[in-house]
Design a protein around this ligand. Structure first.
Ligand code: SF4
Length: 158
């Protein structure tokens, strides 16, 4: 993401927009708008040219997911736990993602954890209650950034 896109003014505006939505948006209508914009912008976006989420947020998986990955790719689970991943609140995490190749391809693409599949969650329900996450993700994900910008236009927010 172009860093100039994220000056202090933009961050401040996004937090103000979050507050505006909290006070003015209808929960179901906002979910419908998020889903529509998610489909619109992800339809033509090639995530393999970005991978900001893998680089800046990293990976998080449950033990069941880790087991599946190790089995599918014939990886040594103890080695991953001891040397690559960290356990936090019952999840195995690492940042940046250690499974991202230099060419931006993913070493575990055939067995992705749910959190990778679902990120950035903009097509999920109850966005009105997750706007803080949306605003934070707009600093990482260029698609979330575009979605927020279009929502500002829809709501005539300046
Ligand atoms: S940050 Fe967003 S656009 Fe970039 S790879 Fe992740 S989901 Fe795709």
């Amino acid at each position: 993401m172009n860093s100039s896109m994220f000056d202090e003014r933009k961050i401040d505006q996004n937090y103000k927009f979050r507050r505006y939505l909290k006070e003015h948006a209808d929960e179901l209508e906002l979910d419908r708008q998020f889903k529509m914009l998610h489909e619109k912008y992800f339809k033509d976006f090639d995530c393999s040219k970005c991978r900001n989420c893998c680089k800046r947020l990293g990976v998080s998986m449950s033990e069941i997911e880790l087991d599946k990955i190790c089995k599918y790719y014939n990886l040594d689970k103890s080695n991953l736990i001891n040397n690559v991943l960290k356990e936090e609140y019952g999840e195995y995490i690492a940042s940046p993602c250690p499974f991202l190749n230099k060419d931006n391809s993913c070493k575990i693409e055939k067995c992705l954890p749910k959190s990778c599949i679902e990120y950035p969650y903009t097509n999920k329900s109850e966005r009105l209650y997750s706007l803080l996450g949306v605003v934070k993700n707009s600093e990482v994900c260029p698609v979330v950034y575009k979605i927020l910008e279009e929502l500002k236009t829809i709501y005539n927010f300046k």
